[in-house]
Design a protein around this ligand. Structure first.
Ligand SMILES: *Cc1c(COP(=O)(O)O)cnc(C)c1O
Length: 463
């Protein structure tokens, strides 16, 4: 018998490997389908290796490391954590807002147990899912009533459908743009059955334009916040206060799609373009909608606050049932909103706000720590700290640049683009920016507890 034939004969069968200690262990932890596939793949590879005279180790033990790696790769989750080194805090592609430990504790508590989701414990009968958050939303925003649906796009759709189906909605042409690559007011309007009545021009809309468009078929005046764009230069938009006067005179409700929906006053931080939800409610807007996971820093959701008569109409609409939030979202919302009872607590305890409003010196400290650890481990790259600017992202604060510090890496042996790609495909996945032929790790969005694996990941990518 030739050496090749001998080795082929020795090659264990799928069944033999399955029955080995490792095989039994794998089947307990991983899907059996993937264990089988990995075993077959590695046996095939060995067989080929023998034919090409390169493989000699055909023992079960000698193959188990490779099989294990294959199983892990096959059974890895598709959705996984990513280290966000872009500095973009509300990164829509990376999941927008991250939730704090405290908020997650509440989600866990509600998830692992039955709850009073739709049961009134006082009265011993059926209760309302939304009753758990209306009180606190009223408290924080000053609105009469509130509702939360699946996301802000759904919130806008619901409002238009419930309040203006078959009738006209007046919108300024300056506000008819696409937000986040998929949210277009005209499309949502069409879907809702409301009729879009565009007024003004892209750069200028006057109160008179709104007034001229009003007729007996007008159901709503809609204002859309210029979330992710600014039309600059020779522009004019009608202030909410003026629209409010018009709305009162003609008895037509005003709705404001705020997009981001910030619930703290950002002016003390030098940000003047993002009106707080409270001030919009106070100005007399009847219905206000905003996202849960943008500047609010909570889970995905569409928050609707406003006058009771309109919120009640929304609650009765069948669409509300189709776009309702689940109990996990509700639990996350309640815990998030609780932080807003004190503004300073919100700025400290809500990760999105904390990262966004962080003082540059604090970011610099973290950048220094990362750079120091990297320099100790990595010799094949130039590593330094550089001043840079981060963006808020998520269609929020488009014109704002937040001063930040980043760790800049210029590798000696591979290109910057190769490094970027390896980090992206690595474990953990690290998403970073390339600028001026260096890789930038913006310390703003890197958590303290991620630093260890970040450094490890960069080391692995460079060697
Ligand atoms: C982001 C945004 C939306 C969409 O909100 P989602 O929560 O992503 O559905 C709608 N309107 C405005 C003005 C926005 O900024």
């Amino acid at each position: 018998m030739s050496e090749k034939q001998k080795l082929l004969k020795e090659l264990p069968s799928v069944d033999e490997i399955l029955k080995s200690n490792d095989g039994v262990k794998w089947c307990r932890t991983y899907p059996r389908k993937y264990v089988l596939q990995a075993i077959r793949d590695v046996i095939d590879m060995r067989r080929k290796g023998i034919m090409e005279a390169s493989s000699t180790n055909v023992s079960v033990e000698g193959m188990s490391g490779e099989i294990k790696m294959k199983i892990e790769k096959l059974s890895a989750f598709g959705l996984k954590p990513v280290i966000n080194a872009t500095g973009i805090v509300i990164h829509t592609n990376l999941g927008r807002s991250v939730l704090s430990e405290k908020i997650l504790d509440n989600v866990r508590k509600i998830a692992e147990s039955y709850s009073n989701l739709e049961y009134n414990l006082e009265a011993g009968r059926r209760g309302k899912r939304y009753s758990h958050i209306t009180g606190i939303l009223r408290e924080i925003t000053g609105a009469e009533d509130a509702l939360i649906v699946n996301n802000n796009a759904a919130a806008v759709l619901l409002c238009l459908s419930a309040l203006a189906k078959g009738r006209e909605v007046i919108v300024s042409r300056g506000e008819l743009v696409e937000i986040g690559g998929s949210f277009r007011v005209p499309d949502i309007m069409l879907l809702s059955g409301a009729v879009l009545r565009e007024v003004g021009t892209t750069n200028k809309t006057h109160l008179q334009d709104y007034k001229n468009a009003i007729n007996e078929n007008t159901a709503l005046i809609l204002k859309v916040h210029q979330s992710n764009y600014r039309i600059s230069g020779f522009t004019e938009e009608v202030p909410v206060a003026d629209l409010k006067k018009l709305s009162e005179k003609y008895r037509i409700p005003i709705m404001y799609d705020l997009g981001s929906g910030c619930m703290i006053d950002l002016k003390p931080y030098g940000i003047h373009s993002e009106p707080a939800v409270q001030s919009i409610v106070e100005s007399g807007v009847d219905v206000v909608t905003f996202s849960g996971d943008k500047l609010l820093g909570g889970p995905q959701g569409g928050v609707i606050v406003g006058r009771k008569e309109y919120i009640e109409k929304l609650q009765k609409n069948p669409l509300t049932r189709a776009i309702r939030i689940d109990k996990l979202t509700l639990a996350a919302f309640e815990a998030t909103l609780m932080e807003y009872l004190d503004e300073d607590k919100a700025a400290e305890n809500i990760p999105t706000l904390k990262m966004l409003l962080q003082r540059p010196e604090r970011i610099k400290e973290r950048a220094k720590k990362i750079a120091l650890l990297l320099k100790r481990k990595v010799k094949a790259a130039k590593i330094e700290i550089t001043k840079d600017a981060s963006k808020s992202g998520g269609g929020s604060l488009p014109e704002m640049e937040f001063p930040t510090y980043a760790v800049s890496i210029s590798p000696d042996n591979i290109s910057v683009n190769d490094l970027e790609e390896r980090l992206r495909k690595g474990a953990p996945a690290i998403v970073a920016r390339v600028k001026d032929n260096a890789l930038l790790l913006d310390a703003r969005t890197i958590r303290e507890d991620e630093i260890g694996s970040l450094v490890q990941g960069i080391y692995a990518a460079l060697y």
